[in-house]
Write a protein that binds this ligand. Structure first.
Ligand code: M6R
Length: 369
């Protein structure tokens, strides 16, 4: 049932191009518009929404953090993202104009369920993004957009994460389409790029051997740090979470801009630091800033592991290890940038003799608060 792979996680990592394609299937029509009929919240209601609040846990929360960038950029609707476990304890401001998006692979995560119940009690509309048909979270929501990752068995979430991202992009673009905000060439171009993104994921998967080798060479390290900016920041958090749960290593993700506010004190000789570099095209300020962050940590002895777009030559002198990813629009980059981090964590876990599919102390779905 592992399809020839040693672990479910490896199988699920390999299934990502298909999972991504399946999640897009039937949702983009021939004219390049979105048809999300399953989102059974009337378009009139969606036009009146004045705030989006995303609730989720763990990896799904990281998908939500990325969704915030997409939703705010493409729709100009303010969007908050909150850990489901924190949400209702702060007495959040919710009303009928709030769209709450609950993201959950299993559809059974108790914290996320309690958050959505609280939101509905306050009159908010709840849209679930879920991978498990008929599970509790979609049953209790106003609408559901299913991810089509297929069953995810490994405790560490991989293909579900990529499909959650796809679903979030679809919702963001759909809100843009319905509301007519910023609906134009950029959005149409993104829909086109989304249609070919599965190929990009496939391409990354084909270049992972050096990542595996690198992971094995770091098996005796105690700490790995991850840095990113913009959507690269949640990718860094996701890379760190994978490493914690699988390799049982101290792993932390930071927004690269926060380095000087504390974390740079952690940098010492030969400390591995993974840096997610945005595309050099377009948002050049962001790019320049991260390149100088790489220089800063390298000058202090860090061993830099740089994830950068093909053709980005400016980072080469500062990368002790370079991991190439295909060219994608900035907002879609997490779909390709996360894959090496999954492979990295899985290989490190194996090298350290850990149980990959069933990490210690963890359950696949957390049904207690
Ligand atoms: O089923 P859910 O998406 O609601 O689960 C949320 C988290 O428990 C889950 O993503 C967890 O963080 C994974 N083990 C991470 O790999």
């Amino acid at each position: 049932e592992k399809g020839g792979y040693d672990y479910f996680m490896l199988k699920e990592i390999a299934e990502q191009p298909k999972a991504v394609a399946d999640t897009l299937l039937g949702r983009i029509d021939g004219s390049g518009s979105l048809t999300l009929d399953e989102v059974r919240i009337p378009q009139g209601v969606l036009r009146e929404i004045d705030k989006v609040v995303i609730v989720a846990c763990g990896t799904a929360f990281h998908a939500g953090m990325i969704a915030k960038y997409a939703i705010e950029h493409w729709t100009r609707i303010p969007c908050e993202v909150e850990l489901a476990s924190e949400f209702r304890y702060r007495d959040p401001i919710l009303d009928a104009q709030t769209l709450v998006i609950a993201i959950s692979q299993s559809g059974e995560t108790m914290d996320t369920l309690m958050a959505l119940r609280h939101a509905r009690e306050q009159g908010a509309k709840v849209l679930a993004i879920c991978n498990t048909n008929g599970s509790t979270i979609p049953r209790e929501s106003d609408a559901v957009l299913y991810t089509h990752a297929g069953p995810e068995v490994a405790v560490a979430s991989t293909k579900a994460f990529l499909t959650q991202l796809v679903a979030c992009y679809l919702v963001a673009l759909y809100l843009g389409q319905v509301r007519g905000t910023k609906w134009g060439d950029e959005i149409r171009a993104v829909i086109r790029d989304l249609s070919s993104i599965a190929g990009a994921v496939e391409q990354v998967l084909g270049t992972m051997e050096p990542v595996r080798e690198l992971a094995r060479s770091l098996a005796s390290k105690n700490t790995v740090l991850f840095l990113g900016r913009h959507v690269g920041y949640p990718v860094a958090l996701e890379g760190a979470l994978k490493l914690k749960e699988l390799a049982y290593m101290h792993a932390e993700g930071f927004a690269a801009g926060e380095l000087k506010h504390g974390p740079i004190a952690l940098i010492e000789e030969d400390l591995p630091v993974v840096v997610v570099v945005p595309s050099p095209r377009g948002r050049s300020v962001l790019y320049d800033k991260i390149v100088s962050n790489i220089q800063e940590i390298r000058a202090r002895g860090a061993r830099t592991i740089v994830i950068a777009e093909e053709g980005d030559e400016a980072v080469v002198p500062y990368a002790d290890h370079l991991i190439r990813i295909p060219v994608t629009p900035t907002l879609l980059q997490p779909l390709v940038a996360t894959v090496p981090l999954q492979v990295f964590a899985c290989e490190l876990a194996t090298a350290r003799g850990n149980e990959v599919d069933q990490p210690r102390n963890l359950a696949k779905s957390v049904t207690v608060e």
